[in-house]
Ligand binder design. Structure first.
Ligand SMILES: [Zn+2]
Length: 877
């Protein structure tokens, strides 16, 4: 699954509070117990399904469906009951082969289980369980759900499913756990003329007495329930044979042109993955299905053979798709395709090891993308996401990458930046430690040995250690079984350089000592110096008196780098000549160390000055984002004017190069940089930039096709954030008139970003009118939270029932917590405490994390901004 970018960048979720008590000599984490031994809540293991035969008859208009199911199962030990998962289902008939009497049905709505209790014990053996039942079709993207859109035939409705982590139980009574694999034989009864799509190709179609069609799909391989997929709608499919696989993109009628980019991407990626994993893609077809809408939880889902995306994450329309969107689409396709092996063919045994799916796919998406689009510099771009994870990982509220999941309800909270981005960073570090070829050999063996089965993380480390001269299990445990960020410090000794390891923490609890074996590469001393640094074992090496060591050379390591003042000055002086990844390292580390008080803020300001001549768009963009992040802290405080003058001076050279208009043949990343540059100058209220955006907006109103893609989104964003009431009304009219779902979503979102508080109020009110589509409305509230976190949070709480109804149940707490998390005032903290008392226990960590983000921000504002002000006063210009 691909989680929403907002969830990654801002917060995501948390399960455990990380603050272990301080100890003098921290120990390395031990091998984890299997999840079952750790006592999670799961179904009894004495009955196991082998094959489900399911017929679903949706009534799309009524938002209900009827289901008939026959489960071939094995009773392994005598028992008087069969317990499985079911949620929001109503049973009409339940029967078991060989049993004359119907069982008693005991439903547990809280645990989402159904127990079928028999008068006498069932003997071990094979049985068939038959169930007739009915269920609901939802209007938020979980379970079986409907998305409405304006089609050629007026308002139309398409149906899709979304089951990860545990919502298959809303479509079929099932053993809805990743460790229980079975075969699924699915049939759907759908209106004639509509297309039905599932994991496997259609095996047979027949016409029913009422004129509808019955579509039976081929049996799936053995797989986990969360990977099942069904969709029905007025679709078209474009496809192409790639080797033995029929690769297709399924879109709503009339949109095949928008599917071409995705089809080309999938076709070029599939042979790469077949080779990398060493096991060819095992299903006869691989579809990518687009649905019109959004979710607060996810953007795409790796259902085996039938990958689901929301439109904006799959389709390319030159009018609205930006260069950055295109890159994201490609990366998301690469992500979900990697899951076809890593997750679908081989699956984690329980949600504790979710990271094994997501960290791996988040790493692999870049490896694959970089192969075909090196010009996007995707590895450089991933550093921004890793920084998001590192920020969270340095505060109270983080959690280990491998983290105990008590029950399926807690599992949803594990889809966060630690699981995805720290997971990705750790895999990247381990791969670069053992080498690319060795790592791939281990992965190939892992896939071959566990195909169609379930694993724990140590199964992967074991395969890599088996082929690698350098063993990784100990290092991997240190980085996956405990939270936190190592701090590697470099200082001169009499004859050389000495590296020591501590812990980088933004708050007191996150500074408690931890033991890591940290692989470190140091450049700048001739041949790269490769060593493993431990808290109790510093590393030293001879070096000349004027040596300028470069920590984390290549930036593959997951740690913060700190230099002694003397070495920091040398590193900054060397910055213009460094590789882009190492320039990024200095930018990110100097800001993080400055804000946390490990180094003066002036280091970052000096790095910003030294970056002025850098041309690499990804590095320039990262600098702009850091400068904008500090500007956000000022929020009208007296020093903001001087700070903005400094920041704008840093942006001036890039603006002179990049300007307003695309140059023929420029790299895609130049367009991505241009948008960040212009919208940041807009954020700084640059009068010339705002005026020019308004001039172009007037042109767009007169001739809607005069601005496309990135240029259009840039102008809309700047104009919307500086909108007056008249402009807001014009934007509102554009949103109402838009017919494309992605275009419409974005236009409504722009209504939410006005700085004018009265317009922010109008956007909030609009969210509840029913005018925006139900999946777009929450974005109006989260959009307002960008400028007015407390206002948005208060509004959502005041209309809690209405807002919760618009959000998937698993995302509710995180949605509210994210609204408040950008707050610049302590006043919101007691409100968060009050809110915490009302949410499910398994989601309270979301609020802990929001509070720690706010608390840290307040501290940086109070402690560090005065430092910035003093430095700027002493260094004019
Ligand atoms: Zn994923």
């Amino acid at each position: 699954m691909k989680i929403r970018p907002a969830a990654l960048a801002v917060l995501g979720a948390v399960l455990l509070v990380a603050g272990a008590p301080a100890q003098a000599a921290p120990a390395h984490p031990k091998t984890p117990k299997p999840a079952a031994a750790a006592g999670h809540v799961a179904l009894p293991k004495d009955v196991a399904p082998e094959r489900y035969e399911i017929t679903i008859r949706p009534n799309a208009g009524a938002l209900t469906f009827a289901g008939q199911e026959k489960v071939a199962l094995v009773v392994k030990a005598p028992t008087d009951r069969i317990v499985l998962n079911a949620a929001d289902l109503v049973f009409q008939r339940v029967a078991l082969s060989g049993q004359a009497a119907a069982p008693k049905v005991v439903l547990d709505a809280t645990q989402q289980t159904a127990a079928f209790v028999f008068p006498t014990k069932l003997a071990p053996g094979r049985y068939t369980l038959s169930i007739d039942y009915t269920g609901k079709i939802y209007q938020q993207a979980s379970g079986f759900f409907a998305l409405d859109y304006a089609g050629d035939r007026g308002k139309q409705r398409a149906l899709f499913t979304q089951f990860e982590n545990s919502d298959a139980r809303r479509l079929i009574p099932s053993w809805d756990e990743p460790g229980v694999k079975a075969v699924y034989g699915l049939t759907v009864e759908a209106p004639a003329g509509q297309m039905a799509v599932s994991n496997m190709p259609v095996a047979a179609t027949r016409t029913l007495a009422d004129g509808d069609q019955s579509v039976r799909f081929a049996d799936t391989p053995k797989m986990s329930s969360y990977l099942l997929f069904l969709s029905v709608g007025d679709f078209e499919r474009v496809h192409r044979m790639v080797g033995k696989t029929d690769v297709g993109v399924v879109v709503r009628r009339g949109r095949t042109a928008q599917a071409q980019f995705a089809l080309d991407a999938a076709a070029e990626l599939l042979p790469f993955y077949n080779d990398y994993f060493g096991t060819p893609y095992p299903l006869p077809k691989l579809d990518f299905i687009a649905g019109p809408g959004r979710s607060q939880f996810f953007s795409a889902m790796e259902n085996w053979g039938a990958i689901y995306y929301f439109d904006y994450a799959l389709l390319v329309d030159p009018k609205i798709t930006t260069e950055a969107d295109k890159q994201n689409i490609y990366v998301d396709i690469a992500h979900e395709m990697a899951h076809q092996w890593f997750g679908d063919l081989v699956t984690m045994a329980w949600w504790d090891d979710l990271w094994l799916n997501e960290g791996f796919a988040s790493w692999m998406e870049n490896k694959a993308t970089d192969r075909f689009h090196p010009e996007w510099k995707i590895w450089l771009q991933t550093k921004a996401g890793e920084q998001g994870a590192m920020r969270v990982d340095a505060r109270v509220g983080s959690h280990p990458v491998i983290t105990p999941i008590h029950d399926v309800f807690a599992a949803a909270n594990a889809f966060d930046g630690i699981t995805y981005q720290k997971g990705h960073a750790v895999i990247h570090m381990l791969e670069s430690y053992v080498g690319e070829d060795v790592f791939r050999a281990g992965v190939r063996n892992y896939i071959a040995h566990h195909a169609y089965g379930n694993t724990v993380t140590d199964d992967l480390w074991r395969e890599i250690d088996a082929v690698s001269p350098k063993k990784i299990t100990g290092i991997a445990h240190d980085f996956t079984l405990q939270a936190g960020v190592p701090l590697i410090s470099a200082a001169r000794t009499a004859a050389g350089v000495r590296l020591t390891q501590g812990r980088f923490g933004a708050d007191a609890a996150s500074k408690a000592p931890r033991a890591w074996r940290t692989p470190v590469v140091v450049g700048g001393l001739g041949e790269p110096w490769r060593t493993v640094v431990r808290a109790d074992r510093p590393a030293t090496r001879a070096a000349g008196a004027d040596a300028a060591p470069l920590l984390n050379d290549g930036q593959a390591g997951y740690f913060r780098s700190r230099y002694s003042p003397e070495l920091e000055a040398r590193a900054i002086a060397a910055l213009p000549g460094l590789r882009p990844e190492d320039q990024l390292g200095l930018i990110y580390d100097s800001r993080a160390l400055g804000e946390a008080g490990y180094a003066p803020m002036s280091d970052f300001l000096a790095v910003a000055k030294a970056t002025e001549g850098v041309q690499e768009p990804v590095v320039v963009r990262a600098l702009i984002q850091q400068l904008a992040g500090i500007d956000d802290l000022y929020e009208g405080r007296p020093g903001q004017g001087a700070y903005r003058a400094f920041a704008r001076a840093r942006l001036a050279p890039a603006f002179a190069r990049v300007g307003w208009d695309a140059r023929p043949g420029e790299p895609d990343n130049a367009a991505v940089l241009r948008r960040t540059l212009l919208t940041t100058l807009g954020q700084f209220d640059d009068p010339a930039v705002v005026a020019e955006a308004r001039r172009r907006f007037a042109g767009l109103l007169a001739a809607p096709d005069s601005l496309k893609g990135t240029a259009r989104q840039t102008v809309l964003q700047i104009v919307a954030s500086h909108a007056d009431a008249a402009t807001w009304d014009q934007l509102h009219a554009l949103a109402q008139q838009a017919t494309d779902p992605t275009d419409k979503s974005r236009l409504y979102r722009y209504l939410a970003i006005a700085h004018d508080p009265a317009l922010a109020d109008r956007a909030l009110a609009l969210a509840l009118t029913g005018e925006p589509r139900p999946t777009d409305a929450p974005d109006l509230i989260s959009g307002v939270s960008g400028n007015y976190p407390e206002k948005a949070f208060d509004f959502a709480l005041a209309h809690r029932a209405a807002v919760e109804a618009m959000i998937e149940p698993t995302s509710r707490t995180s949605f509210f917590a994210r609204l408040a998390s950008g707050a610049h005032s302590a006043a919101v903290l007691p409100k968060l405490d009050a809110f915490a008392a009302t949410v499910p226990a398994s989601t309270k960590g979301e609020i802990t994390k929001a509070k720690s983000a706010i608390g840290y921000r307040l501290e940086v504002i109070a402690q560090r901004l005065p430092e910035v002000d003093r430095w700027l006063a002493a260094h004019p210009g």
